[in-house]
Design a protein around this ligand. Sequence first.
Ligand code: ATP
Length: 693
Amino acid sequence: MLSAREQFFAPSSLPASALGLGIEVVDQRSPPVYSPTTVPLTSVHGWRNGGSVFASAPSTNGSEAHSDQQQTQMQPLVANKSNGCTNGSKEKNSDEPFSNLPSREPVDIEFKELSLTVQMGFGKGEKEILHNVGGKFPGSQLIAIMGPSGAGKSTLLDALSGFKTTGVDGSILLNGRRRDLPSFRRMSCYITQDDRLQPLLTVNENMHIAADLKLGSNVSYEEKEGRIEDILLLLGLYEHDQTMTMRLSGGQKKRLSIAMELINNPTVMFLDEPTTGLDSSSCTKVLELCKKLAQQGRTIICTIHQPTAKLFQIFDQVYVLSSGNCVYQGSTEKLVPFLQTVDLPCPVYHNPADYIIELACGEYGNDKVDVLKSAAENGSSLAWFDDPSSILRAETLIRKYPIPRKSKKRSLEDTSYINQLSVLLHRGYVKAKRDTTLTHLRIAVNVFVAIILGSLYAGSGREGSRVLDNYNLLFAILIHHSMTTMMLTVLTFPIEMSILLKEHFNRWYSLKAYYTSITLIDLPISVVGCLLFTVIIYLWSYQPMEWERFWMFFAMSLLTVFVGQSFGLMIGAWFSVVNGTFLAPVLTIPMMMFAGFGVTLRDLPSYLKWGSHISYLRYGLEGFVGAIYGQGRGVLDCNEAPYCHYRYPKKFLEEITMRGDQFWNDFMALCVITIAFRIVAFVVLKAKINSVK
Ligand SMILES: Nc1ncnc2c1ncn2[C@@H]1O[C@H](COP(=O)(O)OP(=O)(O)OP(=O)(O)O)[C@@H](O)[C@H]1O
C-alpha cells in the first residue's frame, strides 16, 4: 500500500512500482511543468500549494497503519485547497510533482570560442585546458557534460558557473546577452562533487541554516518552515530530517546538498559529478530529481563520467569533451544517428554513452577524435539537438527576454551582514556543543595537562629553592597554550575551508561575517578551557595567592591561546593539513629560541636580537614571569632546602635578564601580535578564495 505522501506525489498514470524513497520516476510523456505564470518567491501560498503541507511526523515504523493515519490527516488540507484557499493555477499544479517549487524563467546558456588556460607554476609556463569550444545549453533541460577523465569536464563547469574566471577567454551568453557575473551568480548555484556539509547538524538544522542565510528575517519562520518541508518531501529526505548529516548515506547527502541550494530557487544549477560514489539506484534517483527540477524551467548542468544506458536516457542533452575539445553536442537520442553519419556506427548492444567515451579516449585512434570534433564543429553545431529549428538564436532571445533589472545591491549575499553573523554564530554554537574534538576534547586536554603539570610541579610557586622548577613550569604552560590551540586549528581548519569555499561561492555569507563568527564563537571555549587550566595549575603549584597576580597570569594564558590560534589559522588557511602540520611546529621553534628561555635575552648574539622582538613566546614568558615574580614580590619561602639561591625574586629576574615591570608592555605586544595574525589570516583566506577563481 502506498503511503499518503507517495499517493500525493504520484502522478495518476504512474505505476506504484515506479516510486522510491519519495522520489518519483518521471513520466516522460507528461508535458513540462514550467509555466510562464511565475509564482512570486516570497508568497507563502505560492510556495506551498497546500497539498504538501499534510506531512505528519517522520515515520518511525513505516507501518501501513501510519500511512492510513497520514491519509486521514491530509484530508482536511486537501479539502481546504478546494475551499478557495489557493488560486486556480496552483490547484491545477497540485498533483504535479515539484509544482510547489516556484517556476522560473528559463535561461539559455551559450558559449563561443571558450578557452581556459592555467599557469603551471613558476617557470613552467601555461597549459590550455579548453580549446575554443562552443556550445548551447537551452533552459528547462538536464544537460550532461561527459568525457573521459581529464577531458576538461569540471573545468568547463567551473568556467560556465563563474567558479573560475582567471585564464578564461571567449564569450558566455545568457539568453543572448553577455553574462554579467554578479547577476548570474545571484541566479545560479554550484554543487560540488564532494558533499561539503556540516556533519554535526541534522538535515533539518542544515536546511534551516540555509534558509536563514538565503532568505533572511524578511521571510517569516512559517514560510521558511513550509519551504523546507516541501523540499524535504520532494527530495525524499523528510523522514530523515532529524538525522545527523554525517550519518546520511551518500545519495542522501547528495540530495541534501541539492535541497540546501533549492531554498532560494536558483534558475541555473551546476552539479559536479552528482553520481560519483552512489549505487545505481541512488544515481537514478538523483538524476531523476534533477530532471524534474529542469522541467520546472531550470537549466541543470551536470558533469558525469560514464553513465549507464539507463542513466544516459534521463538526460535531455549531452555535451561530450575529449582533451578540451567538443566531440558531440546534441540530444541523447540523436547520438547514435550522429555516429552513423560520421561513419563510426555504434556497435549493436553497445551503450552509446560507453562508445562515445571510448572514441573520445582515442581507443579507436586519434583521427576518429578529429572526425568527431569537426562533425560537432567543436560544439558550435546545433544540428543534433532534438529540434534544431526550435533553438532560439541570440537575437531572438534578446528580443524575447527584456534586459534583466540590475540589482542595486553591491554585495552578492541575499541577507544583511548582521543576519549572516547571527545565523553563523548560532550554527557555530550548535556545532561547538556537539563537537567532541574542538570543544569537549579541548576542555578535557586542558584539565588533563593541568593535573599532570600540577602533580609534577606541586608547590613550586612559593618555594625559593624551586624557582628554576617554577620557571620551567611557566615555559611548559606557555608551550601548552600556544601549541594545542595552534595544532588543533591547523588540523581542523582545512576541513572548514572546503565548506567555506562552497558556501561563500553560493553567496550564503560574506567572508567578513564568516571570519567574525569563527573569532567570536571560539571565545567562550578558549576562556573556559583556559580558566579551568589556570585555576588547577595556579592552586596546585602554589603560585602567590593574590587576585591581581592570578588575573595577570590568566590574561597571559588567554593571550597566548589567542596568538597560537591566530597563528594556526594563518597556517591552516594558507597550507594543506599535511604541510601545515609540518610547518606550524617548525615555525614555532625559532619563536622558542628567541623567547629567552634556553639562551637568556642578554646572551642572544646581537645579530639575532631582532628575533626576540618578534617572538610571541618571549612576550608570553616575560609576562608570566612578571605576574609571578615581578610587581615587587617579597622574599620567598625556603622550607625545602637549607640554601635558597633565588630567595629574592629580584635576583632571579636579574639572572634571566627580565624585568618584573614589563607586564603591560608584554600584554600590549601580545594583543598587537594577535590582531596582526588575525588580519594576515583574513587576507590569506581572501587570497585563497580568489586564487580558486
Ligand atoms: N590548475 C591546474 N593546473 C594544471 N593542470 C590542470 C589544472 N586544472 C586542471 N588541470 C588539468 O586539466 C585537465 C582537465 O581537468 P578536469 O578536472 O577539468 O578534468 P575532468 O574531465 O573533470 O576529469 P575527471 O573526470 O577525472 O574529474 C586535466 O588534465 C587536469 O590535470
